[in-house]
Design a protein around this ligand. Structure first.
Ligand code: ATP
Ligand code: MG
Length: 416
């Protein structure tokens, strides 16, 4: 048997209603807050991701699906959405109109990671990006949208972790001090982090390896090195969250070790998913648009990992939408009438189905049961002759004979 590729996952019929629910909610809530949808390609030039995500990150170092095009140019399947959105925004001059400065997207991302529960090689994200303002109230708005999305899905026990990593000067000052702190402990930390010491020292704070967490426990915090402007920006973000009753937890380890990230960083975690506990994350990236040769433009966004959210929702799995009516037509004369009835029901927007494999009444009713239909409409040759049908309530098993001329009215009364 041919199987799907490692780390890729089918979303099966039992799960698609949940996915549609999540996606519809994402569309509804984002639109409500003034975000417009953008759909960007799933592959772009490798250069876009290498430049925007940055060389010293897990994504660019080891997770990208990169392949040569037929002309030899290097392409990459998108590992995240922000880079492509910024590219599109610049290419189509979207920053010039206030109506296209707040954007959202939904779709698959690709990263070559070690597959495990909640970590796949193709996974879906819902993300938003708000360009053009550094007002801390926009940070509040973006975080509030993320929080509302999870709340509306009924997710429980979530924690919003938040931090500020200041501007690039704040970070430069801090990195010098952090390097002095960690240098004597270099022997104690993991090999990856030893490398990060020279390439991207902030990432050491982010490392999940216990020896690294221990070694950095008493490290000075970036938070204590914020300039007055960064500190005041952050205070306004926290005050705003307090005004709208969003609880948060300060997390000094929440650093994004990239130059273009600035000020607010945040993530939302759940205690119910083991190691893959982050279901959404984001932050300010005031430097990225300029890095991609655009006009200097502040921006903030988040991305949600929808597979992880689906894992949380699957605790109450739903069945695919069952038909309201099952049309059980059998016999030479009755079958065309049953076909017409089924067609009419669907034309009226009523969920209706049948089963062509079942040939007698008994097996038809068994199918109706299996499909979870609320009612069966039984149409055999006897009924065809008397121009009636039998309406059967599949739960109570009560049956009544209905004149075919009156059946649409009867059906309508049942769907109200
Ligand atoms: P992690 O620390 O879990 O690797 P990340 O920092 O790489 O996450 P982001 O790039 O911030 O993740 O992506 C935002 C969200 O997308 C994550 O919080 C997570 O919910 C989801 N996500 C990231 N990578 C994967 C993956 N391989 N499979 C499923 N979901 C993922
Ligand atoms: Mg990752």
């Amino acid at each position: 048997m041919l199987r799907s590729i490692k780390g890729l996952k089918d979303i099966l019929p039992q799960q698609t209603p949940q996915w549609r629910y999540m996606e519809t909610l994402a569309h509804t809530l984002a639109t409500q807050s003034g975000f417009s949808e953008i759909r960007i390609p799933i592959f772009e030039s490798t250069e876009l991701y290498a430049r925007s995500i940055g060389g010293a990150t897990d994504i660019v170092e080891k997770e990208m699906y990169t392949f040569p095009d037929r002309d030899g140019s290097s392409l990459t399947l998108r590992p995240e959405g922000t880079a492509g959105v910024v590219r599109a925004v610049l290419e189509h001059h979207l920053l010039e109109s206030p109506s296209t400065r707040k954007l959202y997207y939904l779709g698959p991302m690709f990263r070559h990671e070690r597959p495990q529960a909640g970590r796949y090689r193709q996974f879906n994200q819902f993300g938003v990006e708000a360009f053009g303002t550094e007002d801390p109230l926009m940070d509040v708005e973006v975080i509030a949208l993320l929080w509302r999305f999870f709340n509306s899905l009924g997710l429980k026990d979530l924690t919003l972790h938040i931090n500020s990593i200041g501007n690039s000067q704040d970070r430069e000052n801090y990195i010098q001090e952090f390097k002095r702190f960690i240098l004597p402990k270099l022997e104690l930390i993991c090999g990856n982090c030893q490398r990060r010491y020279s390439t991207n020292p902030l990432r050491i704070l982010d490392c999940k390896v216990p020896i690294c967490q221990e070694a950095t426990q008493d490290a000075p915090t970036l938070f204590d090195h914020l300039s007055p402007e960064s500190a005041s920006h952050f205070k306004t973000v926290l005050d705003g969250l307090t005004v709208i009753d969003i609880p948060f937890s300060m997390n000094y380890r929440l650093v994004r070790g990239l130059d273009y990230y600035t000020r607010t960083t945040f993530e939302i975690t759940t205690p119910h998913l083991g190691a893959q506990s982050t279901i959404g994350a984001g932050g300010r990236y005031d430097g990225l648009v300029a890095l991609l040769n655009g006009p200097s433009t502040p921006a903030i966004g988040f991305a949600v990992g929808l597979e992880r959210v689906a894992l949380l929702l699957s605790q109450h799995l739903s069945t695919p939408h069952p038909p309201l009516f099952f049309v059980a037509g059998f016999g030479k004369d009755a079958k065309p009438m049953a076909l017409k009835l089924l067609h009419n029901l669907r034309e009226t927007g009523i969920r209706a189905d049948t089963d062509y494999k079942s040939v007698n009444l008994k097996s038809l009713l068994r199918s109706a049961d299996k499909l979870g239909a609320s009612y069966a409409i039984i149409l055999g040759d006897d009924e065809a002759r008397s121009e009636t049908a039998i309406l059967r309530n599949m739960t109570t098993k009560a049956q009544e004979s209905v004149n075919l001329k009156e059946i649409s009215q009867k059906i309508l009364s049942l769907t109200l």
